[in-house]
Design a protein around this ligand. Structure first.
Ligand code: PHE
Length: 494
């Protein structure tokens, strides 16, 4: 059937137009024949018929003049000059003082000017009019002008139009489109019998599905290729959405989230992780040390433990780093350089209970800003501490995570961190290249034994922004944080 793809309003309109298939239909005629009140319905149906090739829309844009607020009140209360004229004619004393008594100040003021322009002038203290007929004619022309509104600009007296344009808020000019519709050839060939209105469903509801009614109804078809305006609504920043997605993945994999401060001591950020006190990454040029708090007191016993481990290896069988250990250095305040500072404290507080923890949070390093570096960025950190945890499990966990993120090709390569053995680098394949996304490993005895940690600890720390670059296809990390609204609006849902 020809008209199968038509919605009911289109069927009705087409049917109405077929009564006189050569006619150019106006909006009013369509509304009338279709028995509609709402012109939007007619315009929508007409557009639908046009999109499907049954009708042609002829649009004429014209400027319409409408009453504005002052014009409306002039229509309700009378035009000021008309009221002034009434007063002039009925008073015996057409003096200024009398007028000021009969009219309020905001009318009396402009009133004088209006009268003057109409040819009513002041002579020896009284208003006098030379040509009364002319004044009446002018006033009634003005009244008629207003009462004829709304009208098309082209239908109006241009002089009066200018006159009212110069008066504040009397009239406004609005562009309006008027449409007429004609049938196309294929429109005029449709058979009226094919245009029966049916019950069309344009929304699939749970009720409909449950009731079995869906078997017998007609579904409205939508043309998803048509142009439409994209609604501008608020949405999460892509980084926030990405963090949410990562959270979900880890929660789904049985991890719990750890959220901690980023102001920390060098002791927990480095010493606890067996990073030697003379390690280059601890230098001022790599780490943001704080002026306030410049130092944060740490319990002496924990610093003694680190001191032993660092100098001699303590009782772990390690030889340590040798040299001196400074407790003052341990107590320095800094902005954490990695989220491992928080996992290690969690383990110190819960050394015996098997756990799976993750963190997605901010870290700070003194990096010069460039295409791939920022001084503030985020790490995706995680640990698994449980009996029998091993390297295989670590690699599988990381692979599973990236697979869930949509990157199934993951490989690990040997690496070095002072606190893990073995240590790995994690790489993901993206557009044919292997990209390094983070580090991982199993915590060394120098880290775990002094804290009384019972089981092996698998740990990793990965860059969130690096991953975001892959997900969003960026080659400049700065794009993530420059608040470029146009770019933000066009980002895919993550
Ligand atoms: N903390 C390391 C980094 O900042 C990553 C890491 C975490 C490595 C845990 C091994 C184990 O790059």
């Amino acid at each position: 059937m020809v008209a199968e793809n038509l919605v009911n309003t289109e069927r009705r309109m087409l049917k109405a137009m077929l009564v006189d298939s050569g006619k150019n239909w106006t909006l009013d005629e369509i509304l009338d024949s279709c028995n509609w009140q709402d012109q939007a319905v007619a315009v929508g149906a007409g557009q639908g018929l046009a999109n499907k090739g049954y009708a042609e829309v002829n649009e004429v844009v014209s400027t319409e003049v409408r009453l504005a607020s002052q014009g409306e009140s002039a229509m309700n209360e009378g035009l000021l000059e008309a009221r002034l004229w009434q007063w002039f004619k009925s008073t015996d004393e057409a003096t200024m003082a009398n007028m000021q008594q009969s009219f309020e100040k905001h009318e009396a003021g402009p009133g004088i000017g209006l009268l003057k322009k109409l040819g009513i002038t002041m002579e020896t203290g009284k208003f006098t009019c030379a040509d009364e007929a002319m004044v009446e004619e002018t006033i009634s022309a003005r009244q008629k002008f207003l009462s004829d509104l709304p009208s098309k600009v082209s239908d109006l007296d241009q002089q009066l139009l200018e006159q009212f344009k110069s008066r504040r808020n009397f009239i406004e000019l609005v562009d309006s489109t008027s449409r007429t519709w004609t049938l196309t050839k294929s429109g005029s060939q449709v058979k009226v019998g094919d245009l029966v209105e049916t019950t069309m469903v344009n929304e699939i509801t749970p009720e409909l599905l449950q009731s079995d009614e869906w078997r017998d109804v007609d579904f409205r078809s939508f043309d998803v290729t048509l142009e439409s305006a994209t609604p501008r609504t608020g949405r999460s920043h892509p980084m926030q959405s990405l963090i949410e997605r990562i959270r979900h993945i880890f929660l789904e994999m049985g991890f719990s989230e750890l959220v901690e401060d980023y102001v920390q001591t060098a002791g927990w950020n480095m010493d606890a992780l067996f990073i030697p006190q003379d390690h280059p990454a601890r230098e001022m040029q790599d780490t943001f040390y704080l002026d306030n708090p410049k130092s944060m007191p740490l319990p002496d016993d924990i610093m003694e433990t680190w001191s032993d481990i660092h100098r001699t290896g303590g009782e772990t069988g390690s030889t340590g780093w040798g040299g001196e250990f400074s407790k003052e250095t341990s107590q320095k305040g800094l902005l954490r350089t990695h989220t491992t500072v928080n996992t290690i404290q969690y383990l110190a507080a819960n050394p015996e209970k098997a756990c799976r923890m993750f963190t997605v949070d901010r870290v700070f390093r003194k990096e010069a800003i460039d295409r791939t570096h920022l001084p503030e960025f985020h790490q995706i950190e995680g640990i698994i501490m449980e009996e029998g945890a091993n390297l295989q499990m670590l690699v599988t966990t990381l692979k599973t995570f990236y697979e869930k993120m949509g990157y199934p090709e993951v490989r690990v390569r040997p690496a070095y961190f002072p606190y893990t053995e073995p240590s790995l680098e994690i790489e993901v394949k993206w557009r044919g290249k292997w990209l390094e996304l983070g580090g991982a490993g199993i915590f060394r005895p120098e880290v775990t034994e002094p804290l009384g940690i019972k089981y092996p600890v698998l740990a990793w720390g990965m860059g969130l922004e690096r991953l975001a670059m892959l997900v969003l296809g960026l080659d400049d990390i700065r794009q993530l944080y420059i608040s470029d609204l146009e770019w933000l609006r066009n980002q895919p849902l993550i």
